[in-house]
Design a protein around this ligand. Structure first.
Ligand code: 4NP
Length: 158
């Protein structure tokens, strides 16, 4: 497996994309061990509403229940230079897709932007539902969807 770089993107970078970052990193370590250090894995928001903040407590608790500690992550906004820095820009929903895509006209940048669940549900345009205004169940569902997608992306990239 060649070293790669992946950026996960949602709106606030406090609920969904930090979980994606944490669960993908764990799945990668389980597959490739110390070679995981050769990868760049990060997450960002299309907004700066929560810049500098740790993940939402409910995301932290949900991930930790599954043994994934995301408490040290901090929200940051997506930056245009991310198009160059990352091989893959995996967004949570179509609104994230629109917000990221409008920041470039470069076809090679646009080709990097994919819905994170496309790998698990090809052609369905399935979003990772925003759990921010909902209950516990939404956070568990986010975790499960992203855990499966992590395995599916790694199957594709292995
Ligand atoms: P996220 O969830 O995009 O998964 O981090 C949200 C976090 C904050 C807000 C919306 C969604 N907000 O409106 O502040």
């Amino acid at each position: 497996m060649n070293p790669r770089s992946v950026l996960f993107v949602c709106l606030g970078n406090i609920c969904r994309s930090p979980v994606a970052e944490g669960v993908f990193r764990r799945a990668l370590v389980q597959r490739v061990g110390s070679d995981a250090a050769l990868w760049t894995i990060d997450s960002a928001g299309t907004s700066d509403y929560h810049a500098g903040e740790a993940p939402d407590q409910r995301s932290q608790a949900s991930a930790l229940r599954h043994g994934v500690d995301i408490s040290t992550l901090a929200s940051r906004p997506f930056r245009p230079e991310d198009f160059e820095k990352f091989d893959h820009i995996l967004v949570m929903d179509s609104s994230n897709h629109v917000n990221v895509s409008r920041l470039t006209e470069n076809p090679s940048h646009l080709a990097k932007v994919r819905l994170v669940l496309d790998v698990s549900f090809p052609g369905e345009n399935k979003p990772v539902p925003d759990p921010y205004y909902g209950g516990e169940h939404g956070f568990e569902q986010v975790f499960q969807l992203l855990a499966q997608a992590s395995e599916d992306w790694l199957d594709q990239w292995a």
